[in-house]
Every structure is written in C-alpha cells, then in structure tokens.
Ligand binder design. Structure first.
Ligand SMILES: C[S@@+](CC[C@H](N)C(=O)[O-])C[C@H]1O[C@@H](n2cnc3c(N)ncnc32)[C@H](O)[C@@H]1O
Length: 320
C-alpha cells in the first residue's frame, strides 16, 4: 500500500510522465529495498586488488557489466561497506548506480581541462578525476560553504590531486571562463523526487510544484552558463535526479532556444533496458525535438530515477 502522496496527486503526475505501462514499476521502486552500488576508486588502487579487500569484509559484490569499477551488493550488506576502512580511506565510494552511469556517459579523458559545475559532495567529480587518471585539470564549483568544504574534504580523501575548488554560483561561470572546458558535468540541483521512499515521509516533505518551478528557473541559468563555458567540440552532460519535465525536457528546450542552433544534442548509448527517451510534451508544455536524444532512467531495484542529456558545441560563444 503506497502512502497518499505517492498514490495520489504525485502518482498521477508520474503516470503522465512515464506512462501507464511503467508506473507500477516506478511506484514499487519507492517501496522496495535497493541494492547498494559502489565504485572502486582507481586513484587509490586497482580494481582487482581492491575488490579482494572488499570481499574480505564478508560481502558478495557482483560486477556491473558497463562499468569496470562499479559493483553491487545486497541491501543487508550495506553497513559492512559504509563502516569499513576501505570507505574511510577512499579506496571505495558508495554511490548510486545512476550517478556512476553519468560520469561514464560524459567520458572525461586524461590531460583534459574539465568542469563540474554543481559539484558537492563530489561523487561525480571524483569519478571524473579517476576516469582522467588523475591527470589534467578539474575545476569544481559549489556555492554553499559547508557543502564546498565537504566537497574539498571528499576529493582530498579520495586522492584527487587535479581539482581546484571554487565557492561560487555556477550561473556566473560561463561568462567568467567562456569556451574553456573539454567536458562539463552539470548535475543540477533539483526537486529530487527520485529520492522518495514510501516508508519515509521526510523524503517528500519538501517536494512541491512550486519547488519544481523554482529549480527549473535556476537550472535554465545553469545550463546556459555550462554551455558558455564549454569549448567548441567539447561535451556537456546535463542530468538531474528529478522526474519533472519542467526540470528536464524544458531545460533542454531552453538551451536549444538560448543558443540558437549552436548546441547540438548527442546520442547516449544505454547499456541497460530501464529507460525512456525524453517526452515531447507535458500538460501545457511543448518541447524541442532535441529531447528525443535525452534519456530518462526508470528506477528499479538497482537504479534511482535519473535524467540525462548530452550536447556538443558547434562554435565559440557569439559574444566572445
Ligand atoms: C545534485 S547535487 C550535486 C551532486 C554531485 N554532482 C555528486 O555527484 O556528488 C547539486 C549541487 O548543486 C549545488 N548548487 C545549488 N545551487 C547552485 C548554483 N547556483 N550553482 C552551482 N551549484 C549549485 C547544491 O548545493 C548541490 O550541492
């Protein structure tokens, strides 16, 4: 039995987004326990050595086919991992599978200069640094001071030596450093309804359509800034852990409008089945055709809901 919020008004909204065929699986995923996913931090040690140390904790990791450094364990083994020395010393990082997937889609490489525009607590930034083999430069931005300190601490604990942390509003970055970065990650602040758990009313206490609208306004500013900061030929990944089309397809459409053809959507290869393409319209909103390249990850026993859109840039900013 789902609580009123999920089965009622919000459930109706979700049905309009994912469709009648998928809604049951989505609602189930709010109620059922999830496997715990984690990433071996290859900056600290090799996958083979670290996974043996993980097995010595008495857990039974299974590999994730599309990411060499990612593994899953059953939910009841989670605390053995989170309370381990391997977590404390940064050999492993417990991270949602959708979040791990995001950095593999962006695919940063060694020796690039890359940016994470909304970075705390640093899960994706530290994965980007590992994929870059801790070589090159990684700029990370976070405007909330305590979160920025936590981000800097996490990156240090995980052995990231290529990052520089900036306390600032991401909406200002594009004008400050136009046409600069090879890869830009924008894992935007959002209304986070993928985090809803049926047994925890606190998990939806702060969700409202007003919050969705507020976040959407901020996300539109952030995505334009992220795009301005991208080098021509570079790659931008926009993602959220929200189901809301206002925070996803509408933000993609805003970028396409605001950049007047300079942003080109890129396909995203999906190595698993639980996803849908972006939707063309939602209630009174109509979206740009570019949303057909976007992907909405549907939640299940392994994944949280997630939205991803990838772009490249054709030419330098017109004003620069
Ligand atoms: C979804 S979280 C990022 C999670 C992170 N990428 C990770 O994988 O660990 C979004 C972050 O954006 C930050 N944020 C909020 N407003 C922002 C802004 N105007 N510019 C940049 N970041 C912002 C939030 O404080 C939060 O830390």
């Amino acid at each position: 039995m789902q609580p009123e919020f999920i089965s009622g008004e919000h459930g109706q909204r979700l049905t309009e987004i994912v469709g009648k065929d998928q809604i049951e699986g989505v609602l189930k995923s709010f109620a059922n326990p999830k496997t715990t996913s984690f990433r071996i931090n290859t900056i600290r040690g090799s996958v083979s050595e670290t996974i043996s140390a993980v097995e010595n904790l008495g857990v039974t990791p299974s590999p994730v086919a599309w990411c060499e450094e990612a593994f899953l364990i059953p939910p009841e083994q989670r605390s053995r991992l989170t309370h381990s020395e391997l977590a404390d010393d940064g050999s492993i990082y417990v991270q949602g599978l959708s979040s791990i997937f995001a950095s593999t889609v962006l695919r940063p490489e060694p020796e690039q200069w890359n940016l994470d525009l909304a970075s705390a607590p640093g899960g994706k930034a530290s994965h980007m640094a590992a994929l870059m083999d801790n070589r090159g430069k990684l700029s990370v931005v976070e405007p909330i001071k305590p979160r920025m300190y936590r981000l800097a601490d996490n990156l240090k604990r995980l052995g990231v030596t290529i990052s520089r942390t900036y306390l600032m509003d991401g909406r200002k970055v594009g004008r400050k450093v136009p046409d600069r970065f090879d890869c830009v990650m924008l894992d935007a602040p959002c209304s986070s309804d993928s985090r809803i758990r049926a047994d925890n009313p606190d998990s939806w206490k702060f969700w409202s359509e007003r919050k969705v609208r507020e976040q959407a306004r901020k996300q539109k500013g952030l995505i334009v800034s992220a795009f301005q900061s991208l080098k021509p030929g570079g790659t931008l990944l926009y993602c959220t852990c929200s189901f809301s089309p206002e925070e996803n397809e509408a933000v993609v459409s805003h970028l396409m409008d605001a950049t007047d053809g300079d942003a080109t959507p890129l396909p995203i290869e999906m190595p698993f089945d639980n996803w849908q393409p972006g939707i063309n319209s939602f209630r009174e909103l109509e979206f740009d055709d570019a949303v057909s390249y976007s992907r909405r990850v549907l939640p299940n026993e392994h994944f949280d809901a997630f939205f991803l859109a990838r772009f490249t840039k054709q030419r330098p900013n017109r004003s620069s």
